[in-house]
Write a protein that binds this ligand. Structure first.
Ligand code: GLU
Ligand code: ZN
Length: 296
């Protein structure tokens, strides 16, 4: 079944910014008659926080965001990534890279140091060669995009510590789970070209992308665990949804009563959300006046 999805990493509880992405992906999927899936991106076990996945699932449920199929855990799909890696290696476009992060120029694309290595070595990452024409796509919110493979550099698909890279796992899952629409934060816009390169190399069909704005604090930083974002108060689910819908530019419903439940807000959202009219960026501090009413 064609679907949209929300794919959080279980590194902390749901905050206003992740709720906005979840709600946007949900409303866009439902509007398009798609299923809405929830995928927990838990491959990077060192970053996983105990209990965070369940906390996210419960918080989504409290907001009426019920996935249409059992929750997908990337940690249970290792065989899928192993097969994809083998296929990419057979294509002759992969090589083993032993460069340490320290040795590589900061903020610059991978310089291709190990590109010409043809034999496997131990204790190495696997990279996919990126070359050729610019990778282009039309983002529903951010407009036409073009990325030069030379500027992106050869991408790690298997990390040196043996963990499948986010780009590989995400590309394979989106392709294999029939994800036809990816709605996620604009901070992930630069991830799209590497993921498209992997999907194209594997012959997977490409979703439509819509990168929605991220919610920031006054300093312009994305709300995240690192910037100490408050978890959403699940006792105030209706107010939280009202807030993210307004951040997404939805009008205030005229016939609203005080008793609107999360499902009413979502229904309203599905009826009038328009990705094409969503702002590309939100002003700094859009998450700042987010009060946390007590659940009593
Ligand atoms: N799990 C990643 C994140 O939360 C990627 C999500 C995505 O591709 O939508 O940043
Ligand atoms: Zn290298």
């Amino acid at each position: 079944m064609p679907a949209g999805r929300f794919a959080p990493s279980p590194t902390g509880p749901l905050h206003l910014g992740s709720l906005l992405t979840a709600a946007a992906s949900y409303m866009a999927a439902k509007q398009a008659g798609l299923q809405w899936l929830l995928r927990i991106d838990d491959l990077d076990t060192a970053r996983n926080v105990d209990g965070a996945a369940q906390q996210i699932i419960d918080a989504l449920e409290a907001h009426g965001l019920h996935p249409d199929a059992p929750v997908i855990y990337q940690s249970k799909l290792i065989i899928r990534y192993a097969e994809a890696l083998t296929r990419l290696q057979h294509s002759g476009e992969c090589f083993h890279c032993t460069c340490s992060r320290k040795k590589l120029p900061k903020g610059r694309p991978y310089p291709g140091t190990c590109r010409h290595r043809t034999t496997p070595v131990n204790d190495a990452a696997v990279r996919l060669r990126l070359r050729g024409e610019p990778i282009t796509f039309e983002d529903v919110v951010q407009g036409p995009q073009s990325f030069d493979p030379a500027e992106l550099g050869d991408q790690i698909i298997l990390r040196r510590d043996g963990v499948y890279a986010y780009h590989l796992a995400c590309a394979v899952d989106d392709g294999m789970n029939d994800i036809v629409q990816v709605v996620r934060g604009v901070d992930l816009l630069p991830s799209t070209a590497p993921q498209l390169a992997i999907m194209r190399a594997l012959g997977l069909s490409e979703p439509v992308y819509a990168h929605v704005p991220v919610v920031t604090n006054r300093a312009g930083q994305k709300l995240s665990k690192q910037t100490h974002a408050h978890p959403v108060n699940v006792g105030a689910a209706a107010q939280n949804l009202q807030r993210v819908l307004s951040l997404l530019g939805l009008p205030t419903p005229a016939n609203r009563t005080q008793t609107w439940q999360p499902s009413d807000w979502l229904q309203w959202g599905v009826s009038c959300f328009d990705l094409r009219r969503t702002q590309q960026r939100l002003p700094p501090g859009s998450g700042d006046d987010f009060e946390l009413p007590s659940p009593t």
